[in-house]
Design a protein around this ligand. Structure first.
Ligand code: GAP
Length: 438
């Protein structure tokens, strides 16, 4: 992991938040390449979940919501983790931290940080929602929360979307947006952070059909994940046991990836029943049922949710792409990103900074950048320039050399195979478009 974190900083993927002030715990900023990678993942998700489907609409609900939303959703009462404190070293842990020996709150409870016994408190429930105040007076009535999941913005807008889009059940609403959790034990780079982005879709179905839709969505989502180019042997399903299920879920499956720190989830498919809509109906006093015009039946739809983290998916893609290779006796580090996800699609280099090559390479770069995110680099040896782009995951290196002036061709180097082919400079846009199509 350290090598990936260091590459991510060196190449401008991810930086520690507020680094010059010593950093802010488990909050990360995306640099020039990271923002492109994450945007490509989010756009791919949006395209497959919204644009390519007739039965899903998009939404962008506000982060701040009425405090009663979180009462109704059960997050105020139930969105908690059990934590223990060490009275000696003042560190805080999840009560189920496998490093804790003995029983917290008892004389044999041993702190995993300072090693003392008997100083761990008994577990207390800790709510993960960030609280803030709306309006100028810090009074109870004005307490609001930063949303811990984007899903609730979808539930409270379900009727608005249904009526304005003239959809019929079964149909879905999709949203990409920030969520916030005051995680007790955040860590592992961008895996568990306090501010993150979710890509969530709530699919509203007739009660009784949720199991069938649950299976359909499991298959759809795995297919999408495989389309990211991730090695399939590093993916697996994990069904939640009774003790793992969130307070709203009747059934849940995680898609897990084998990260360097072990198998962990990065997307969940949840059967949320009518839990959320029923509770919002009760707390708001507004009817949220659906009239099926075909059968004249009224019902509160059941919900099948697909919930992915954009940051965790980016981490999956980065971990999977990271490779160290030896080429002709030299070590190289590369990100073998799927070309359509790569932040930069190509880098353009003059072989040397003379004989008119810089001018031609600039012209080609200007032309390409109207179509793709590309980079121009004329600094250092060509080998070093290739290596920088390998680390950035740039799939194609385009070099303008002595032959370019004679026949208007350039070399295109493939990041993964290292093969070089000559392509007419006038055909480069088409050539790259074809390679980037999947
Ligand atoms: N609406 C359902 C929901 O939020 P979840 O399993 O708590 O379910 C869904 O979260 C996804 O959101 C996770 O699979 C993960 O990718 C992402 N996620 C959750 N907490 C996160 C955190 N603290 N940091 C980064 N991503 C997180």
């Amino acid at each position: 992991m350290e090598k990936l974190v260091s590459l991510a900083k060196r190449r401008g993927f991810v930086f520690q938040s507020s680094e010059i002030y010593g950093g802010l715990g488990s909050v990360w900023d995306y640099g020039p390449l990271g923002v492109e990678l994450k945007k490509n993942i989010k756009e791919r998700w949006w395209r497959s979940m919204v644009h390519e489907r007739e039965d899903i609409e998009g939404l962008d609900a506000a982060i701040l919501m009425h405090a009663k939303v979180w009462e109704a959703s059960g997050h105020i009462a139930g969105f908690t983790d059990p934590l223990v404190d060490c009275k000696h070293c003042k560190n805080r842990f999840r009560a189920d931290d496998p490093r804790i020996k003995g029983t917290p709150g008892q004389p044999d409870g041993q702190c995993p940080a300072c090693g003392t016994k008997g100083n761990l408190t008994a577990p207390r429930q800790f709510n993960l929602m960030f609280k803030t105040f709306m309006g100028p007076v810090e009074e109870d009535a004005a307490v609001i929360y930063l949303r811990p999941e984007t899903a609730q913005g979808i539930y409270v807008n379900y009727l608005n979307v249904l009526q304005s889009s003239r959809q019929k059940v079964p149909f879905g609403i999709a949203q990409v947006g920030k969520a916030f959790r005051n995680e007790i034990t955040p860590g592992n780079f961008i895996f568990r952070t306090r501010e993150f982005e979710q890509m969530e879709m709530q699919f509203f179905v007739k009660p009784g059909s949720e199991k069938e839709w649950f299976e359909r969505w499991r298959a759809e989502r795995m297919q999408w994940v495989e389309g990211l180019g991730v090695r399939t042997e590093k993916l697996r399903w994990h069904q939640h046991g009774k003790d793992e299920l969130a307070h709203y879920a009747a059934d849940a499956y995680d898609i897990q990836y084998e990260f360097p720190f072990g198998w962990q989830e990065f997307e969940g498919i949840h059967n949320r029943t009518d839990f959320d809509l029923k509770n919002h109906q009760q707390h708001s006093g507004k009817k949220l049922d659906y009239l099926d015009a075909a059968t004249n039946e009224r019902f509160i739809p059941y919900v099948v949710e697909t919930s992915a983290g954009a940051d965790r998916t980016a981490l999956v893609v980065l971990c999977d792409a990271y490779r160290e290779e030896e080429v002709e006796g030299e070590q190289r580090v590369l990100l073998k990103l799927k070309p359509s996800l790569a932040p930069l699609k190509a880098a353009v280099f003059p072989l040397v900074n003379k004989d008119g090559m810089p001018e031609v390479s600039r012209r080609i770069y200007d032309d390409l950048r109207r179509h793709f995110n590309v980079f121009h680099d004329d600094g250092g040896s060509i080998g070093r320039r290739y290596r920088r782009q390998d680390e950035a995951g740039t799939p194609f290196g385009i070099t303008i050399d002595g032959q370019t002036n004679q026949d208007q061709t350039v070399t295109v180097r493939d990041r993964d195979t290292l093969k070089q082919v000559r392509v007419a400079s006038s055909a480069l846009v088409e050539y790259l478009k074809e390679k980037l199509a999947t």
